[in-house]
Design a binder for this molecule. Sequence first.
Ligand code: IMP
Ligand code: MG
Length: 197
Amino acid sequence: MSPSWYRHLYETVGPVLIEAAAIQARVRELGAQITDDYRGRIPHLIGILRGASIFHADLVRSIDLGISLDFIAVGSYGASTFSSGEVRILKDLDESLEGKDVLLVEDIVDTGLTLHYLLQNLQARDPGSLRVVALLNKPSRRKIEVQLDYVGFEIPDQFVVGYGLDYNQRYRNLPDICVLNPGRPPHGGPGRDSETG
Ligand code: IMP
Ligand code: MG
């Protein structure tokens, strides 16, 4: 990684909320917990594109079991209707879920609307079990209750970027999780309109 790019980035994005080393340690803990809970089974880890891709890649390697994986991409119908929870599938799963021990991997749960929709959609595909692992949870913004089986970190109501999370598709490759422009949270901004992942 270019040091000049890195320096520029940190001038733009503001303070580090969770350092890379703390993220890595917590992902290893989640992997160990999932390993214990799924012993004797083969969890099927579904990453929600694009935000959860980095977390998903690290998490699957911290699970000491055979696993299978798949990806799904979702989008909203636009900022105005997003609060209604209407979500559309931009890229569907490649495989059937029938009888599988599905673990849905999300980057961050904010209002809960995306996850609520996805859980209903996936449950209808007859998985053997269905659980959720979310790296970040912003409980103060919840609009609908969703059960999170594994959570990496609870964070305050701040817009964060890095470790897969973006603003306008940028900052996903930042190894830390940082607050974006503190004092000017871009909720409802252009980064959230068409693609929620
Ligand atoms: P929800 O449907 O409101 O729970 O929104 C979930 C999606 O919004 C996440 O999967 C993210 O893609 C996006 N999102 C919510 N909060 C943030 C944030 O602080 N930074 C980046 N993306 C976010
Ligand atoms: Mg997401």
